[in-house]
Write a protein that binds this ligand. Structure first.
Ligand SMILES: [Zn+2]
Length: 215
């Protein structure tokens, strides 16, 4: 194994040392205090792995404020307590049942490679690079693909799928018994958001009509 492990590239070491000497040093006592107590985030975010999605920057969030789980295309799989390894379901369970976050955000975004791949997989239009895990993961989106209008260009349909996927993820979330219980006891609320990378705009799912409205 040691043949495969290398030292960090120097630019990352320098960046870390820069943060340690400034951002950390200036807030040293605050970090020490945070380490002394359990984390108490009020918000959980499920966002895409995409490096352009930066939930903490968008909301000006500090260390300790957001409990974040990222996966390809910000999806919640259906509730399936079959004893297998379910990373997303485990993160959601921990966030809601142990940390007792009050707000659970599903954050989708524009230009999502995962959604694009799922669209073409469902449509059967593009030869995708063979995958062991990604295609299976993206198959969570089949019901979302079935729901979108097949009118308009691929680009328009992909944008619809980005938003529909957020609704499907929320639908799946509500089927988790511990989520349902927290929602019914009004200890938790769920939000659906879609972020446009190029314009910086953020749209919010309107619970009254299931449309997305600009914030
Ligand atoms: Zn994405």
């Amino acid at each position: 194994m040691s043949n495969y492990i290398k030292f960090l590239p120097s630019y990352l070491i320098k960046r870390y040392q820069g943060w340690k000497a400034t951002g950390f040093e200036e807030n040293k006592s605050w970090f020490a205090r945070m380490a002394d107590v359990d984390q108490t985030p009020r918000v959980m975010v499920i966002s895409c792995c995409d490096s352009r999605v930066h939930a903490t920057a968008m909301f000006g969030v500090d260390t300790g404020e957001f409990f974040i789980h990222r996966n390809i295309a910000n999806l919640i799989p259906p509730y399936k307590p079959d004893g297998d390894h379910h990373g997303t379901s485990a993160a959601v369970e921990y966030g809601v049942s142990s940390l007792e976050v009050s707000n659970l955000i599903v954050l989708g975004h524009s230009n999502c490679g995962g959604i694009n791949g799922a669209y073409h997989l469902c449509k059967g239009t593009k030869n995708q690079k063979k995958s062991i895990f990604v295609h299976k993961w993206l198959s969570i989106l089949q019901p979302a693909y079935n729901n979108i209008s097949k009118e308009g260009t691929d680009e328009m349909q992909i944008k619809s799928l980005e938003k529909e996927s957020i609704k499907i993820s929320i639908k799946n979330l509500i089927e988790f018994p511990f989520i349902k219980e927290s929602l019914e006891k009004e200890k938790l609320v769920i939000h659906g958001l879609w972020h446009d990378i190029a314009s910086g705009e953020l749209e919010m799912l309107d619970p009254s009509n299931s449309n997305f409205i600009k914030i």
